[in-house]
Ligand binder design. Structure first.
Ligand code: C5P
Length: 261
């Protein structure tokens, strides 16, 4: 895999025209394009996928499926028929659901003679903190007086849930990999099989604005930690003024990845 192939550009735009413009410009310089719920819902999934494919783009379909196994299997069949390269499901949908998605994708890709999409498990959304997990009934409030210890125990528990339970379950149910925050890359690498893929958003080159991302890593740091693919949106689609264009931003990131491999 070339360095540029590890870059997944997040097409967080509200119209297919804007998405297509970015695909036409960036396709020679990156690996895949991530299409998510806003674009898919506003423009219609098959239309979005086919338009990007006609422009030569490969697709990460960020649909984050989570429902009963039968329903998710149906969605997995539908998205595999669209011949996307990657899609994702929530690990919290459970083992039977993950297995059903994997089986359905394998069946359809075999029938149509295409490669099976890589299915990635979403562990714990990085927008959730320990308090949210307590509210959801997953953990109890902690009664720890030392503030430093409290922070550490909360962090350990979230990591245990995300990696030792959910990423592990994704692997055991045959999924190709997991989406993780940059901070979890090393732990997944240590805990899961070497071929289990790690795909990470929250990546910021030194020259890019951090924006609303909280815990970021540079592309080079993420590669050294063992990531396989980087999901990058605004640093490429809206680069700072001193980087003249999205293409220039993508090239710089590919160079940084190549230097870190
Ligand atoms: O513009 P930026 O590089 O922050 O875009 C990152 C992309 O990755 C967005 O599409 C965002 O929704 C997605 N993402 C994320 N953090 C997660 C999961 C997905 O930033 N934990």
């Amino acid at each position: 895999m070339e360095a540029k192939d590890r870059i997944i550009v997040a097409l967080d735009v509200d119209s297919l025209d804007k998405a297509l413009k970015l695909v036409e410009e960036l396709n020679p310089y990156v690996g895949l394009f991530k299409v998510g719920l806003e674009l898919l819902t506003s423009e219609g999934s098959p239309k979005v996928v086919q338009t990007i494919q006609e422009a030569g783009g490969k697709i990460f379909y960020d649909g984050k499926f989570k429902d009963i196994p039968n329903t998710v299997a149906g969605a997995a069949r539908a998205v595999t028929r669209l011949d996307v390269q990657m899609f994702n499901v929530h690990c919290l949908g459970g083992s039977a659901m993950m297995k059903a998605a994997q089986q359905a994708a394998e069946e359809i890709s075999k029938t149509q003679g295409t490669s099976c999409p890589l299915i990635l498990g979403v562990t714990i959304l990085t927008s959730l903190d320990y308090g949210d997990l307590v509210e959801l009934g997953i953990y109890d409030e902690l009664n720890i007086a030392d503030p430093e210890e409290l922070v550490q125990v909360k962090r350990d528990r979230i990591e245990r849930l995300a990696i030792k339970h959910l990423a592990w379950l994704a692997q055991e149910n045959g999924l190709a990999g997991a989406i993780s925050s940059p901070q979890e890359i090393r732990a997944i690498r240590n805990y899961c099989q070497p071929e289990f893929l790690v795909v990470t958003p929250g990546v910021r080159p030194k020259w890019a604005a951090v924006g609303d991302q909280k815990r970021v890593m540079t592309p080079g740091e993420a590669i050294k930690a063992g990531v396989d693919y980087l999901v990058i949106g605004r640093p490429i689609t809206k680069p700072p003024e001193e980087i003249s264009s999205p293409v220039e931003a993508a090239k710089l990131i590919a160079e940084e990845i190549a230097a870190a491999i």
